[in-house]
Ligand binder design. Structure first.
Ligand SMILES: [Zn+2]
Ligand SMILES: [Zn+2]
Length: 147
């Protein structure tokens, strides 16, 4: 079980069970929405995430034709996870919001064709110029766990 929360500490949540995968995305949408060079996403089963306290608010955004809900702290705006009605069983959690971030690492880097030129990647992670199949990312995570 892993707990996390937003920057102002009003929202607290916990994750139970195993994540399905965790990756870094270097696409231009992620660079813009985060104001950074890439984002981290951890795909988890929706039923494994529980809000312990605080109030979440939702923004709607259109990502490549898919309506995505950005769940964030109603007080400070920290993004905690994204969901899409098209995929009701999973969430894309923002794993930098965990209290302890040492237990996971991204197994893949996506959209490297738009990555910043100064990014240096580790050797082990899988590297994609564009968007791979999500099932491939699930398999990579599973392989990493059994290695
Ligand atoms: Zn907050
Ligand atoms: Zn992205």
């Amino acid at each position: 079980m892993h707990q996390g929360g937003c920057e102002c500490h009003s929202v607290r949540y916990q994750l139970t069970g195993e994540p399905l995968t965790c990756y870094a995305c270097h696409c231009t949408d992620c660079q813009t929405s985060s104001g950074s060079a890439f984002t981290l996403s951890m795909i988890v089963n929706s039923e494994n995430v529980e809000v312990l306290e605080g109030e979440l608010a939702i923004n709607l955004q259109d990502t490549n034709g898919v309506e995505v809900k950005r769940h964030h702290c109603a007080q400070c705006g920290t993004a905690l996870w994204y969901s899409a009605d098209a995929y009701p069983d999973i969430l894309a959690l923002k794993p930098g919001t965990f209290d302890d971030t040492r237990w996971f690492r991204p197994i893949a880097h996506l959209w490297l064709r738009s990555a910043q030129p100064w990014i240096v990647l580790d050797e082990e992670s899988s590297k994609y110029q564009k968007q791979p199949e999500m099932l491939e990312l699930f398999a990579l995570w599973e392989r990493g766990r059994s290695a």
